[in-house]
Design a binder for this molecule. Structure first.
Ligand code: 5GP
Length: 238
């Protein structure tokens, strides 16, 4: 199969006219590719965790591109046209929110913040508003409204789900695509794209471990998969 796109951590192959195969590689990057490494087992863990979260969303009535998990590090998904907007939802202040505004790291937000970033490496993924998105022809007003609704629904579902597993969903980023079924959640939902903290200890269980050099990032992703009950004791992919 020929790759149709290769990004920083995933390669997309055309499977047939309306499906793609997404390969999660072991590459890990931060700061728009400024920091790079390869971590064995990362592709497997992110494909596995993403698959589980897509299943949870589907079961709760959110449409996604997910079709099935293919062991160890691939998913079969519907072919979509990705809208180049990163939809970020925040429950607790962290990361760029604290760099740009006077929020304290770890501060609980009064209500979730939905933020749109323009997915564009050349411009450093700048935050945009609806008027900018419409004028750049990224999406229509109706789509932007629906994207906000989808993001808040995903937040509601995943926040409750992680809470039951002893994990705080601090924030996350999703990408949304257009397909025959309308707008669907696409790309990945993994510890690469979420901030996850242990509920008791506030231990960091996501890519910030790599971004900030806090230790063994794979060990943390394994904790997440373990809490979700999806990692097999006998597996040797990590
Ligand atoms: P922040 O804006 O604080 O850097 O990120 C907010 C949330 O969105 C974090 O969970 C972060 O992982 C995710 N996020 C934002 N932009 C990106 C991106 O370009 N790539 C990835 N993997 N995650 C992102």
């Amino acid at each position: 199969m020929k790759p149709i796109y290769s990004g920083k951590a995933k390669t997309i192959y055309e499977y047939d006219e309306d499906k793609v195969l997404i390969e999660f590689r072991d590459d890990i990057t931060a700061g728009n590719g400024a920091k790079k490494d390869v971590k064995k087992g990362k592709g497997y863990l992110n494909a596995l965790i993403s698959s589980e979260l897509f299943k949870i969303l589907e079961e709760s009535g959110v449409k996604t591109h997910f079709i099935k998990y293919i062991e160890p590090n691939k998913i079969l998904a519907k072919k979509v046209e990705i809208i180049p907007i990163e939809v970020i939802v925040r429950n607790i202040a962290a990361g760029s929110l604290c760099k740009r505004y006077p929020f304290k790291e770890g501060q609980e937000l009064k209500e979730p913040i939905v933020q749109f970033d323009y997915k564009n490496d050349e411009y450093g993924d700048p935050m945009i508003n609806e008027d900018i998105a419409v004028n750049l022809d990224l999406a229509t007003r109706e789509e932007l409204k629906e994207m906000r609704e989808i993001a808040l629904k995903v937040n509601d579902i995943l926040k409750k789900y992680f809470d039951k597993k002893g994990i705080i969903l601090v924030d996350f980023k999703i990408e949304i695509g257009r397909c025959k079924d309308g707008l669907v959640v696409a790309d990945e939902i993994s510890p690469d794209t979420m901030r996850l903290w242990d509920k008791e200890t506030r231990d960091i269980l996501d890519k910030d471990v790599f971004r900030k050099d806090l230790g063994d990032v794979i060990a943390k992703y394994k904790i997440v998969a373990g809490r979700l009950g999806i990692i097999k004791k006998e597996d040797n992919y990590v």
